[in-house]
Design a protein around this ligand. Structure first.
Ligand code: SF4
Length: 254
């Protein structure tokens, strides 16, 4: 399924909540390598898009492709995915959502039954409590339907910008960037941003990445980060963006 077309981003130019009021310390300046072409983000993303053909879609996009497109379902999927491999997240999310697709149904399941259904993911017990609490609050405060509002989503315990933005981007069509470990690592290796933390990477990307790519970035860089620009020994010698990548911090390329 193509990424949702961004319609609006009500607070997209604001610093992430975690950074507001703080001084952001950038990562140290790295002199650009003379043997590299200037990075053209449109060219880079086009090459990445091509290179990930054939790899499995990131879990949340795969859930959407299978019809789980509501904000609640996307948020549930993202919470399950925290510190859990997509290969585990996807079947567990499908199993849980087959029993409860709505906040009302999730509330009725109860935390113990949710725990049983999601046991293969990491931290199943606290995640079950979180999912049940979100369902209860959604029913009681929002009439059973989550609003497309980042502040509301991030007011739930256990929901940060990564999950809130991904769910809002896919389910609500908002222009949002979701920075997970892959997006953080890859964009910093490119030298496109210089940031010490995912939160700083989010703020930097919101400043310079064309808005048309905000939702798509996560969809592209999760499989690219898993299969090409891997955490250790990235596959630089066969990487399609080698000529424009500064390879910041890369010590053992393959
Ligand atoms: S050239 Fe290497 S460091 Fe740069 S994106 Fe490709 S795999 Fe990653």
């Amino acid at each position: 399924m193509p990424p949702a077309v961004p319609r609006r981003a009500p607070s997209s130019r604001r610093a992430p909540a975690s950074l507001r009021g703080r001084t952001v310390r950038e990562a140290p300046e790295v002199p650009p390598r003379a043997d590299k072409e200037p990075l053209d983000i449109e060219v880079v993303l086009a090459r990445v898009r091509e290179s990930i053909r054939g790899f499995a879609d990131a879990a949340m996009f795969e859930l959407a492709a299978r019809g789980h497109t509501s904000l609640f379902e996307q948020l549930v999927g993202c919470i399950l995915s925290i510190r859990t491999r997509d290969e585990v997240t996807l079947p567990v999310a499908l199993r849980l959502l087959s029993q409860a697709r709505t906040p009302e149904a999730m509330r009725s399941l109860g935390p113990e039954r949710i725990h049983t259904l999601i046991r293969p993911v990491t931290f199943p017990e606290p995640k079950a409590q979180t999912l049940h609490a979100i369902a209860v609050r959604t029913v009681e405060e929002f009439g059973g339907e989550l609003p497309c509002d980042a502040d509301v989503l991030q007011s739930f315990k256990g929901v940060g910008p990564k999950c809130a933005h991904l769910a809002l981007g896919i389910a609500c069509g908002q222009a949002r960037i979701s920075v997970d470990i892959h997006v953080h690592r890859v964009t910093n290796r490119w030298g496109y941003v210089r940031a010490r933390t995912p939160e700083q990477t989010l703020a930097a990307l919101e400043e310079k990445l064309p808005r048309a790519h905000w939702v798509e970035l996560n969809r592209l860089l999760v499989p690219f980060g898993k299969h090409v620009c891997t955490g250790t020994q990235p596959r630089c010698s066969t990487c399609p963006v080698l000529s424009m990548c500064q390879q910041v911090g890369v010590r053992q390329p393959r």
